[in-house]
Design a protein around this ligand. Structure first.
Ligand SMILES: [Zn+2]
Length: 303
């Protein structure tokens, strides 16, 4: 679905005369392949949040292995390092990779690196002592296998220097409000709900921070799952506005005046053809065969 959505979105923009120069996504493998083969002229970047999340998950698992507890205090810093590498390198892939690899030295208290483009760490002299990992220790080897993973090194050079996908994630929350995932909608209904979500999101995405009666900025505490109980301060925003509803009502009246009868309106709607189902692009499956395969598999397992 991710790939199909991307294909349609890029086609839509192309038809509208928009030239896309840069695209930031997660590291979905079919999306990577599609962009490389079909749109080689578009700079394809990867979102730092998705890369950092994957690395954190792997480091977390490694830190639980025998003799590897020394990894734990570094997980947060290594994840932050991902963001820093992307944000400080202006899309220069070689520089991002050098900065990223330098973390292997940094965690063992070595701050000079064999990279021409990044010979020393960018931080100031460290005053406080850290819980350095011992060079060549089991923990160091574990971290190395994660940091220098070949696929990761190939992707990390394309860390998005500017745009991140976090606003898309918050847009998805709005979509879930207008089109809950546990309900099925046919194409036209889904399309209308997505348009509503877009109107609402665009009107409300840049809301200011709310102030209380004394004129002080308002904050609230949140406890995100990813932070494991650690509180995070979030801005309280001013309430949402709904000016798009008035515009929609005007459109409804204009349409009522332009279309003489309900019958004509219905025909007009039916003339809008929905694209074919994504599942129809694949070979048809025979349900009985699939059921038989499942039954025989479970018989073999003795269930
Ligand atoms: Zn350092």
């Amino acid at each position: 679905m991710e790939l199909e959505g991307l294909k349609r979105s890029l086609q839509f923009l192309e038809d509208a005369g928009v030239t896309v120069t840069d695209l930031t996504t997660d590291r979905h493998s079919s999306v990577k392949k599609f962009m490389r083969e079909i749109y080689p002229s578009i700079n394809h970047w990867f979102d730092a949040w998705h890369i950092a999340k994957g690395i954190t998950k792997k480091l977390d698992a490694s830190s639980k292995k025998k003799l590897c507890h020394t990894i734990s205090p570094w997980i947060h810093s290594i994840s932050n390092h991902v963001y820093w590498c992307g944000a400080s390198s202006d899309g220069n892939a070689e520089l991002v990779v050098a900065k990223w690899k330098s973390v292997m030295n940094h965690i063992v208290d070595i701050h000079e690196h064999p990279f021409e483009n990044f010979p020393t760490c960018a931080h100031d002299e460290l005053v406080e002592d850290r819980e350095w990992i011992a060079e060549g220790s089991r923990a160091h080897v574990e971290v190395k296998s994660i940091v220098t993973n070949r696929t990761l090194l190939a992707d990390i050079g394309k860390l998005s220097p500017h745009v991140q996908t976090s606003s898309v994630e918050s847009y998805h929350k709005v979509v879930c409000f207008f089109a809950p995932k546990f309900l099925h909608f046919f194409y036209h209904s889904m399309n209308a709900r997505l348009i509503l979500a877009i109107l609402h999101f665009n009107e409300n995405s840049n809301r200011q921070q709310a102030k209380n009666k004394a004129g002080k900025e308002m904050w609230q505490l949140s406890f995100p799952k990813a932070k494991k109980g650690e509180p995070v301060a979030k801005q309280v925003k001013v309430p949402c506005t709904y000016a798009y509803i008035d515009e929609l009502l005007d459109e409804v009246m204009a349409r009522r005046e332009a279309i003489p009868s309900y019958e004509v309106a219905r025909q007009d709607l039916e003339a809008q053809i929905a694209p074919e189902y994504v599942k129809d692009q694949y070979d048809k499956v025979d349900k009985l065969t699939v059921v038989a395969t499942r039954k025989s598999r479970f018989t073999q397992l003795g269930i």
